[in-house]
Design a binder for this molecule. Structure first.
Ligand code: GDP
Ligand code: IMO
Ligand code: MG
Length: 437
């Protein structure tokens, strides 16, 4: 091989794909950050999860809670892709499409839904709820949107995809076969079976709404990066809910780490450039499972009220705790985060003291997050570092130097601890409320 050829071979590839992921237990403010970055993106792509996600964008004083449509939708020149890794509830997707159409936001030619996406069907939701009820006091606190059951069907070859919707007769056959079996299972839970005829009528109506948006998103994205288009991958949930890397079973059903970009959209891993980890300035968790830094006192209630920490999807009050940097450090390691966005720093204004967890102790010995199962996590003692608070309102500040000194110290500590540069600080829910570093 000539020397010249070797040099050309090893020229760095241009990475046109960026990823945004949550580094805690979800609801870090990913939607707001994706909307901000979407202005300069040609494509925003959801690649895993389903409508268990609730991503909020606030633009011109209007709040958009998005569950399936990617958070780039409010930028008219940005294309939105729901790639193969996403599981789709037609009721939710069509309601969202309808909301945008009523708002005058054009989706034709810019919303693309993969034909490989698996469908969340009525029996998946019924089964999710039935299992939760059967677990009683040990329930997991799922969103009951059918996520676990649809993903179980996917890997046991019982799933039905958008692809099947293209041929209604095949869909009816597959749906009827599956629904009959699921109805037998529902009977064992003493739950009413689903009405197959009625559900098929409803699905045939919803199908018509989404047919125009169905596309081969794999080819679409291959073409996009061959043209060096800017692609932004919108993670849902968060690393601490990843089905492999969370304290299972207090997880969601999908892999939430950037590896899912490959499986969930067909994008080769070498194409991935920046990985932005979103870190909320404190922690929230909705649903069951261990939460080492949880605040079960009045302070937790105060932060919940101030931060309006109520589920975007289910409306449930979110559990609140101090920032857990031991967990965030693990999330950044496993996901390869190259930069950080801090959100909701404004919510901490007014607290006299702020604590941050910098490690865990179990039976007097240090233990890393990665060595803990859910039983260890429930028993360990967090090691805290305490910071003096600040009182100023931060929402109109757009320069780091204008933040109160104590707030600057808090943010610098996070950066030093994680050893990853902080690129953005969000100071309020609105699009314009942020500091760029
Ligand atoms: P996601 O699931 O990660 O997209 O987060 P959610 O949308 O479920 O929850 C985040 C909530 O905080 C939403 O209501 C956002 O509008 C809001 N939010 C996002 N960033 C900020 C911020 O910096 N400050 C405040 N006060 N609210 C924010
Ligand atoms: P976004 O994208 C917070 C949690 C549920 C439950 C567990 C399993 O808005 O950050 P599932 O319905 O997925 O089977 O529930 O996962 N969960 C989330 N928590 N934000 C989310 O999404 C979540 N999606 C799922 O509360 O504990
Ligand atoms: Mg959310």
């Amino acid at each position: 091989m000539s020397k010249e050829f070797a040099i050309i071979q090893f020229l760095p590839m241009r990475n046109t794909v960026s990823v945004v992921i949550g580094t805690q237990w979800g609801d870090e403010g990913k939607g707001k950050i994706v909307d901000l970055l979407a202005e300069k993106s040609d494509y925003v792509v959801r690649f895993h999860g389903g409508n268990n996600a609730g991503h909020t964008i606030v633009v011109n004083n209007k709040k958009y809670p998005l569950h399936l449509v990617p958070s780039g939708v409010l930028h008219s020149k940005t294309n939105c892709v729901i790639a193969n890794g996403v599981v789709i509830d037609l009721e939710v997707l069509t309601a969202e499409i309808d909301m945008f159409i009523k708002d005058g936001i054009k989706l034709d030619g810019r919303l693309f839904i993969s034909e490989r996406c698996h469908l969340i069907l009525p029996y998946h939701k019924a089964l999710d709820l039935a299992f939760e009820n059967a677990r009683g006091k040990d329930k997991l606190g799922t969103t009951t949107r059918g996520i676990g059951p649809v993903l179980a069907d996917k890997v046991s070859y019982n799933g039905i995809r958008i692809y099947e919707l293209l041929n209604w007769d095949i869909f009816v056959e597959k749906f009827t076969f599956q629904a009959k079996i699921k109805n037998e299972i529902l009977k064992t839970f003493n739950v009413s079976p689903i009405d197959i005829k009625k559900e098929l009528e409803r699905l045939s109506e919803l199908r018509k709404i989404i047919l125009p948006f169905i596309a081969d998103t794999y080819q679409l994205l291959q073409k996009a990066f061959s043209e060096n288009r800017k692609i932004l991958m919108e993670g849902a949930q968060a690393v601490m809910l990843d089905v492999d890397f969370s304290p299972y079973p207090f997880s969601t059903g999908s892999n939430t780490i950037p590896g899912a970009v490959n499986t969930g959209a067909g994008i080769p891993v070498q194409k991935i450039g920046d990985i932005l980890g979103v870190v909320k300035a404190y922690t929230s968790r909705v649903g069951g499972g261990p939460f080492p830094t949880e605040l079960t006192d009045e302070l937790g209630d105060e932060i919940r009220e101030k931060g309006q920490e109520f589920g975007t999807t289910t409306g449930r009050p979110r559990r609140i705790g101090w920032l857990d940097l031991e967990a965030v450090k693990f999330a950044c390691q496993v996901s390869g985060a190259t930069e950080i966005a801090i959100t909701k720093i404004d919510i901490l204004s007014g607290l006299e003291k702020i604590k941050v967890c910098i490690g865990y102790k179990l039976n007097g010995k240090s233990i890393p997050y990665s060595s803990c199962g859910y039983q260890e996590l429930a028993k360990l003692t967090p090691v805290y570092k305490e910071f003096s608070g600040w009182t100023e309102d931060l929402t109109n500040i757009n320069k780091f130097a204008d933040l109160p000194n104590n707030c600057q110290n808090y943010i610098k500590f996070i950066e030093d601890f994680l050893k990853i540069p902080i690129k953005l600080i969000s100071t309020g829910p609105k699009r314009e409320e942020y500091i760029k570093l």
